[in-house]
Design a protein. Structure first.
Length: 277
């Protein structure tokens, strides 16, 4: 069996037929289940789902990667459309999160707090948990290697005071089907290298595929991380037998630099893309 992936929302679209926005939403079929990973910033994931033949009302469960609105902004629409699926959220998902924007003024980028008491929401504990057969989430990634430079503009509220975000509210998804294992990241705020290393520690192997946002650009201006750091990330990727599919906060400029270095080992996922893994 091959896993099916459909990209419902992303910063770009593969054609004018599909909506796009700064956000991420992925539909996956594996292990006889249908699931969503994130729901973008708005209702647009739902509009694209209809165009791609995805019945959101039939999805078995939803995983939210972290507590930012560009990944959980469509949560209310999902709950309206789907009356039975559980929603698995990371620890601290509903804490208040902010981004420093124009003139260093904090802008709220957290989830809609009015939804936090919905009965179908399940807040995960730190560490690794098997959600369903062959579906795992893990959080609490040790920060041994560098984290994204643009994390410095992201904050959380603690006791009424803004502090730099520690991203304890980020979780990653692993899908295991047969002998194949894939890792899916929302934004990799904890560092894509750190996340892969934690996967290897937990599963004692390299992932077959890694896909999602790798946060290798500043979303405010689209400029990529330091060239030397990007080269090191590319070298790390190439030291594994893994194939990579990226999108969203990786940034198009950073992706192109990695593509030049990695060739067919990395590809980009736009809204409207459909692939088998």
């Amino acid at each position: 069996m091959r896993m099916l992936l459909k990209v419902l929302i992303e910063n770009t679209a593969c054609s004018e037929e599909f909506h796009h926005e700064h956000g991420l939403s992925l539909y996956l079929e594996a292990n006889g289940k249908k699931m969503l990973f994130d729901v973008g910033a708005s209702d647009l994931f739902y509009e694209n789902a209809k165009k791609m033949g995805v019945a959101v009302e039939d999805v078995d469960f939803l995983v939210i990667s972290h507590g930012h609105s560009d990944h959980g902004g469509g949560l209310e629409r999902f709950l309206q459309a789907n009356k039975s699926a559980k929603v698995y959220l990371p620890p601290h998902a509903f804490e208040k999160h902010y981004s420093l924007r124009v003139e260093n003024k904090p802008v709220y980028i957290g989830l809609n707090e009015e939804l936090k008491h919905e009965k179908r929401l399940v807040v995960m504990k730190e560490g690794m948990t098997e959600l369903e057969k062959g579906f795992f989430v893990f959080s609490g990634v040790p920060l041994k290697e560098a984290t994204p430079q643009s994390n410095q503009f992201l904050f959380m509220e603690k006791n009424g005071i803004l502090e730099h975000d520690t991203f304890e509210h980020e979780q990653n998804l692993v899908i295991e089907e047969g002998n194949k294992k894939i890792v899916i990241t929302g934004c990799a705020h904890n560092g894509i290298v750190n996340i892969i290393e934690e996967f290897k520690k937990l599963f004692h192997c390299e992932p077959d595929n890694v896909l999602g946002g790798f946060h290798l650009s500043n979303p405010a201006n689209g400029e990529p991380e330091d060239a030397d750091k990007l080269k090191q990330v590319g070298e790390y990727f190439l030291s594994h037998k893994t194939n990579y599919y990226t999108c969203h906060c990786t940034g198009l400029k950073a992706y192109q630099l990695l593509k030049d270095q990695m060739q067919d080992r990395i590809n980009y996922l736009s809204a409207g893309t459909e692939i088998e893994l």
